[in-house]
Design a protein around this ligand. Structure first.
Ligand SMILES: Nc1ncnc2c1ncn2[C@@H]1O[C@H](COP(=O)(O)OP(=O)(O)OP(=O)(O)O)[C@@H](O)[C@H]1O
Ligand SMILES: [Mg+2]
Length: 376
């Protein structure tokens, strides 16, 4: 993965011009007042800095009690270990996936995500520990029939089968009548925008098309739990966008566990997540908790003053640096003191006061930044 410094801005919406203080004079004054311990910034409206994002992030291997509602967790893993010979792929993982959540499984290559998916899907048995899906063991195939949909990372489709026939067959295996199976198959294929491939042989699909057929079979029959191991890997941006919309549309109706190396994507669609590193859960909780501890904003300046020292005096700013080639001020801040929008307001106010000319503002990569801090 690239380092955060090297990454281009992640497409965050530029800050709205309303960040300018309401009481600001029409003409920017010269820097008349030297900053004291903290730059003096008028409060935003009647309220002080938002504390909405101030919750401490849950870390470590403690078992959490995540609940979106009063229902029991859809997935419950207790002290799960998976060894392959000397390799410990999953090391004492304990976590709950709240019912109805979209749960991100995050981690670098080899972190243990696919191994975890394989155990949840019942393809692999844990070496030790317990896993419950909908209060059943993953191996309880009959009891879970039609309730768990799985898109494996490298799903292989039967090359000689036509797409429609393959999906109808799978739907019938779930216990549907031939007529219902056809309706269900058409519905999921339409959902992945693959209606035209009904008579196409699976072996002739492109990588992205095959991935979408794999996704369609995971959605077949509206399962209560849907496990998607890198569903957008290798998809073109428009199709990847479509897959994100599909996931979002299932939110609340199904419980979705999804892995991806696109952390911006996970931040957008997931409400909860766990970060794995070398088989160990290094953080898990709600997305707000995971992204709360640190954050950054970047401000691009046109030619003119660069009042970096003044920016550093803003309350909540932890570091501020200036990258000369890109003319970007990189600011990290403590979200227990101010959220990103409040920090943009404070920074733009100080820059405005010191006659810096702003040519762009972007919010930082909350989840990406956090994952970089947590994994090596
Ligand atoms: N069948 C296997 N036999 C031996 N080792 C395995 C096997 N499957 C996985 N591993 C090892 O377990 C570890 C975790 O692999 P896993 O595929 O779960 O990682 P991952 O997080 O899905 O990575 P990626 O992001 O690359 O998909 C790795 O060290 C891998 O080499
Ligand atoms: Mg994997």
């Amino acid at each position: 993965m690239d380092t955060p410094e090297k990454e281009a801005p992640q497409g965050s919406a530029p800050a709205a011009p309303e960040a300018a203080p309401a009481a600001a004079p029409e003409v920017a004054p010269a820097a008349a007042t030297s900053p004291a311990a903290h730059a003096e910034i008028p409060p935003a409206g009647a309220e002080g800095p938002s504390t909405a994002a101030a919750m401490p992030a849950k870390q470590g291997k403690k078992r959490s009690k995540l609940r979106l509602n009063d229902k029991p967790a859809a997935i419950d893993m207790k002290n799960v270990v998976k060894r392959f010979g000397n390799v410990i792929a999953v090391n004492d993982v304990t976590l709950e996936v709240p019912d109805g959540s979209v749960f991100g499984l995050i981690g670098p290559n080899g972190a243990g995500k696919t191994t975890t998916f394989s155990m949840l899907a019942g393809y692999l048995a844990p070496t030790s520990g317990e896993i419950f899906i909908l209060d059943r063991l993953p191996s309880a195939v009959d009891e879970l029939r039609g309730q768990v949909g799985v898109l494996p990372q490298d799903a292989l489709l039967p090359a000689g089968d036509k797409v429609g026939h393959f999906l109808v067959y799978l739907a019938e295996l779930q216990g549907m009548s031939p007529a219902d199976a056809k309706i269900a198959a058409e519905s999921v294929l339409t959902e992945v925008e693959g209606r035209d491939w009904w008579n196409t042989r699976c072996g002739t699909l492109s990588h992205g098309m095959a991935k979408r057929v794999g996704l369609a079979q995971a959605l077949l029959g509206n399962p209560r739990v849907i496990l998607l191991d890198e569903p957008t890997a290798g998809l073109d941006p428009r199709v990847a966008y479509g897959v994100r919309q599909i996931v979002k549309s299932r939110k609340g109706r199904s419980t979705l566990v999804i892995s991806s190396h696109n952390l911006q994507e996970l931040e957008e669609i997931c409400d909860h997540a766990a970060v794995l590193d070398r088989g160990v859960v290094v953080a898990h909780g709600s997305m707000a908790e995971l992204t709360a501890s640190s954050s950054e904003i970047r401000v691009e300046l046109a030619a003119g003053p660069v009042p970096l020292d003044q920016v550093r005096t803003i309350q909540g700013v932890t570091t501020a640096g200036f990258d000369k080639p890109s003319r970007e001020i990189n600011i990290t801040f403590d979200r227990s003191i101010a959220d990103a929008e409040e920090m943009i307001r404070r920074v733009t106010y100080v820059l405005y006061q010191h006659q810096a000319r702003i040519s762009g503002i972007s919010k930082g990569r909350g989840l990406e930044q956090r994952v970089m801090e947590l994994t090596e």
